[in-house]
Design a protein around this ligand. Structure first.
Ligand code: FAD
Length: 117
């Protein structure tokens, strides 16, 4: 049982890292198509998450708090909020959602400056 719990936690940490990094890199001013892509991605991500019990819970959170995809700030703030919902469910401390961009640095600053040119 301990092995299962450890695997579940490891998967969770790796996934959250990736999930928040996706949000941190989402365009500041996304097109309609980019917004739709993120929305679809989030719903499919929730549906396909490998831990079935987690996927079940997360889909319920999504129904209650639909993804915010209008901007990077909205998406990153929403993801932080929804992760905090999972934290609360698991009786973990609430994460401070300010300065998320710096926390989830993908190490790809060059792409960023190209985008902004
Ligand atoms: P994690 O919650 O994994 O967080 C990793 C790091 O992210 C933290 O150390 C902190 O630096 C940062 N962080 C914390 N909160 C936030 C936030 N709000 N915004 C941004 N960054 C933050 N486990 C279960 O037992 N039952 C479940 O139903 C369940 N559902 C899950 C659903 C999903 C979609 C995911 C991705 C994971 C789920 N998990 C679930 C796993 C669980 O959320 C944790 O990943 C796992 O328990 C390990 O927790 P942790 O304390 O190491 O930190």
């Amino acid at each position: 049982k301990l092995g299962n719990a450890t695997a579940k936690a490891e998967l969770g940490r790796a996934t959250w890292k990736y999930f928040h990094t996706v949000m941190a890199r989402f365009p500041e001013k996304p097109t309609e198509d980019q917004q739709e892509a993120l929305r679809s991605y989030i719903f499919l991500f929730a549906r396909l998450y490998p831990c079935g019990e987690c996927a079940e819970h997360f889909q319920q959170h999504l129904n209650k708090y639909p993804p915010q995809v209008s901007s990077r700030k909205a998406a990153a703030g929403w993801a932080c909020f929804i992760h905090n919902e999972v934290n609360a469910m698991l009786e973990k401390p609430e994460f401070d959602c300010t300065d998320l961009g710096a926390f989830y640095d993908c190490g790809c600053a060059e792409d960023e400056s190209e985008e902004k040119e």
